[in-house]
Design a protein around this ligand. Sequence first.
Ligand code: BES
Ligand code: MN
Ligand code: ZN
Length: 492
Amino acid sequence: MSIKVEFKKPTTAQVVCLGVYEGNQLPEPTLKWDKKLKGLLSESLKKSRFKGKFNQSLTVFSQDGTQFILIGLGKTSDLNETQWTKIGGAIAHALTVLPSGEAAVEIYDLKGCKNDLLVAHLAYGALLKSWRFEKYFTTKSADELFSLKKISFFTPAPGDVERLFKPLAAIAEGVFLTRSVVSEPGNVIIPETLAKIAETLKKDGVKVEVLDVKDMKKLGMNALLGVGQGSVHEPKLVIMQWEGGAKKEAPLAFVGKGVTFDTGGISIKPAQNMEEMKYDMAGAGVVIGLMKALACRKAKVNAVGVIGLVENMPSGSAQRPGDIVKTMSGQTIEVLNTDAEGRLVLADALWYTQNRFKPQFMVDLATLTGAMIICLGNERAGLFSIDEALSKKLMTAGEKVGELLWPFPMDESYDKEIDSEIADVRNISIGRGAGSITAAKFLQRFTNKVPWAHLDIAGTAWASKDLPLCAKGASAFGVRLLDRFVSNNYEK
Ligand code: BES
Ligand code: MN
Ligand code: ZN
C-alpha cells in the first residue's frame, strides 16, 4: 500500500521542514524561524544528539502544535537528487509521529535555494519510504498499522512540480509492484499467478505472452523444465515487450530468475531460514516492475523483459543429482546439485532472449548465490560482465540512484571449474571457492556472445532492516537502477 502525495499552494502548514548543516549550523530560514520561536529550535538542538549529519532528523513541536522537522544536510550545501530523495524518506518517517494520517508540509529553503525539482524528489522519497505490505494483518487496530496516508507539499508552483514528479511517480509504481510480488508468500506467488500479474501490464501498453510447458518442450528448454518437474505448479516463461522506441531499433533485454519458491529440490535446504526462499523470484519481480516503470512513464525505448518462472520442489517426479539435461542452446548440463537451479532456469531464458530478439544487450537479475551475501553483504549487488562499456553504464546508474553495484572478475581460467566429465557443463563448480563467479561463468555460456551483464541480487533484494527509501522487507533493488540506466543511455 502506498500513500498519496500532492502539491498545493501554501496555506496553513501543520509541519515545517527546515535544514541544519553539520555541527548544527543554521541556514538563514532556520535562523529566522528560531528567532520567531524565541530560540526553541536552537535550545532543542542543544539538548539532543542531533548534529546536522546528512539524513538525521529531529522533531520539535511548538506551543501551537506545529511540527518542526529539522533535517540534517551534512557538510555540503550541494546535495544531489538521490540525497534529496533520501531526505524525503526521512521526512515521511518523521511524519509518522503525527496523530492524523495526513500532513500539510511547508519546505523551507533546505539548501539555501528552493526549487521545484527538489520538492519533487522529496515527495518521491516520501512515497518510496512509506510503502508497506500490511495486507495480511486482520486483527491489528489502525494505530498499530502504518498511519501515514497522505502528504501535501506546499509549493508556489504546484503544476510545475507535478510535471517533474510524474515520471518519478511512474518509477515508484514499478517499485511498488516489485515489492508487492516479492513480499507475497510462496503459496500465493506460483508461476501461474506471477504470470497473471505480469499480464496486468497489458493495460499499461506492454505486450505480454506466456509460454507453458508444452511450448517450452517444443523449444527444448529442458534445463528450465527440469527445475520445475518436481512441483505440482507448472513452469511458465513470460515475455513482456515495451515498444516506445523507433520501429527498427533492436530492443534492450532484461531477464529475471523467477524461482517462486526454492526448497533446494532433492538437494534440499536446511529448515532454518528456508522461508526466505519466497524471494527467490526477486529477479523476475524486478523485471516486471521495470517494465511497468518504463511503460508508465512512456519511455522512448524498445525493451523486452523475459522471466523464467518455476517452483523448485523435492518429490517423486523431481530432478535427481546427476541428471543430465539438454538446453535450448543444444549444450548439455550435468545437474550435480538441484539447489543450483537459478542458473538452469536462466540458461534457457537467456538463450531464448538472444535467439528471438537479437537485443543490443542482455542484463539479467537473479538471487543466484548465497556466496554473494558472503562477499558483499546487503550493501551492494554483484556485477558480472566482460563488457566494460555496459558495466560502466550500470555502475554509474547505480551510483546515481543509490543502488550500488560492485564488479567481479570473469577470467577464462574460472571456466575449467564448471567443465563436466560427462556433459558440456556442470551446474556447480569443482572447487569450493568463488561460487558467485563460477555461477556467472555458467550463465555466460548461454549468452551466445551477445553483450551481457549479470546482477546477483541475493544480498540486496530483501532489506533486513529499514533503509532510507525502504521499510524492512522487499526492496525492489534494481528497478530504479535499471530505469536510470535506460533513461541515461538509451532514450533520446
Ligand atoms: N536462491 C539460492 C541463493 C540464495 C541464497 C539467494 C540466500 C538468496 C539468499 C540459490 O538457488 C542457491 O541455492 N544457491 C546455492 C548454490 C550452490 C548449491 C552451488 C547456494 O548459494 O548455496
Ligand atoms: Mn537454490
Ligand atoms: Zn534459488
